[in-house]
Design a protein around this ligand. Structure first.
Ligand code: ATP
Ligand code: MG
Length: 392
């Protein structure tokens, strides 16, 4: 509760202002002002009449507001018009019987999740002088939780798939054997020969799918070494060219000089970029442009990873952009799900495997797309992953 601290150029009569005549009070005042300005949480306070009394640096950053001073004295609904969710919370401050404590909301305009607590500011007589919103950016916390949930889901799906694949393998082998016997029983009958040939080729195809599923559900074991991103990308292009039709698609690689080598599994990393390239080839259908670019990020603002939620580590951010058809929202939200595919011949495991490998490297993968205007996959990898564990 900020009671009687007077750390803001508050409007007279709105917040209790200590007398500024004696030295200790002045020191306290300055101290409080610095403390609030430097807080890692956001603080935004309003007076009873709905004008802004205070917004610290973190509040301005989170809400995308200009410098603090120009906000003071303006109506909060006006200042925060970009964030109707916040306006609603603050607007209810003086009427609500119980104020929200440790609540969460999502800022739609920036897609940021914040955790917040709302308190009333009372003067010495106990009268309500204003309200203060304390909040924290939970985006990173949420992302970590979301990845954990996804990992659990993948593990559950994977386990079931592994069991099914094993169960299917035996009858499938039996079908092939029996079909072979049948073929030998009627060597003169062309109709039977043709049908049996079909049975065998379909059984072989089913077997290939089973093998692919088993390869997917097997845990990723990394052979971590000092790995050059440029080498991994170059091998990926060769691999993709061998596996899919490139046609007249241009592939451009723009990597800055001096990227540090990554603590990564070169083979697996190559699979990641090859899968992304193959998808782009398939989306571009013979013509268009793919750009693979990278940068080194050292701060959170620059896109560096925060493994512990606070401290940024050196990170390499790689973008694979294509100018293909993009995808509608209904497709975009499912692409990392195993077995999700929009292709007649697809298994839908490509991106699920990519995600698994990136996870094993303690990195992340994000996708942004505009229907009709191309797609960007962003692979974010720590230069030095901490633990080189096994990922399921
Ligand atoms: N660059 C892209 N442009 C447009 N759509 C894409 C792109 N990359 C992926 N997709 C969409 O995501 C879906 C899932 O991709 P994923 O690689 O997981 O499976 P797939 O390519 O369909 O099959 P597989 O990779 O197993 O052969 C694709 O079917 C496609 O709809
Ligand atoms: Mg694919």
């Amino acid at each position: 509760m900020i009671r009687g601290t007077g750390f803001a150029p508050a409007r007279a009569g709105v917040m209790h202002m200590p007398k500024r005549t004696t030295k200790p009070t002045r020191l306290t005042d300055v101290f409080f002002r610095h403390m609030v300005a430097n807080m890692r949480n956001g603080v935004l306070a309003i007076a009873r009449d709905g004008t802004v009394v205070l917004a610290n640096d973190e509040a301005c950053r989170l809400f995308g507001l200009p410098a603090t001073a120009s906000l003071v004295g303006r109506a909060f609904a006006d200042v925060l018009h970009q964030h109707p969710e916040i306006v609603r919370v603050l607007g209810g401050a003086f009427d609500m019987a119980a104020l929200p404590n440790r609540a969460e909301l999502r800022l739609k305009s920036t897609d940021t999740v914040i955790g917040y607590t709302l308190s009333l500011v009372r003067d010495e007589a106990g009268a309500t002088a204003g309200a203060a919103l304390f909040f924290k950016d939970l985006t990173h916390v949420e992302q970590i939780e979301e990845r954990e949930r996804l990992r659990d889901r993948l593990a559950a799906v994977g386990e079931m798939a592994a069991v099914m694949a094993h169960e299917i393998k035996n009858p499938l082998a039996a079908i092939e054997v029996v079909a072979g016997l049948l073929r030998r029983k009627a060597p003169q009958n062309d109709d039977v020969q043709a049908l049996v040939k079909d049975i065998i080729s379909e059984a072989k195809m089913a077997n290939a799918i089973v093998q692919e599923v088993l390869a997917f559900v097997r845990p990723v074991r990394l052979q971590v070494d000092r790995t050059s991103l440029a080498d991994a990308v170059a091998s990926a292009v060769v691999l993709a060219d061998g596996k899919a039709t490139r046609g007249r698609i241009q592939v451009e690689t723009v990597l800055p000089d001096g990227l540090p080598p990554l603590g990564a599994d070169q083979y697996q990393l190559t699979q990641v970029f090859a899968n992304l390239l193959i998808n782009a080839y398939e989306a571009l259908d013979g013509r268009g442009r793919i750009v693979i670019s990278a940068k080194l990020a050292r701060t959170a603002a620059d896109g560096a990873l925060l493994p512990d939620g606070h401290q940024a580590v050196d990170t390499v951010v790689v973008d694979v952009d294509d100018d293909g058809p993009g995808m509608p929202a209904g497709v975009a939200e499912k692409i990392f799900n195993p077995f999700f595919t929009t292709k007649a011949q697809g298994s839908g495991l490509g991106l699920a495997i990519v995600r698994k490998i990136v996870d094993a490297h303690e990195g992340r993968i994000d996708m942004s797309t505009a229907d009709g205007r191309g797609t960007r996959f962003r692979v974010t990898l720590p230069v030095e992953p901490h633990k080189h564990g096994t990922h399921h």
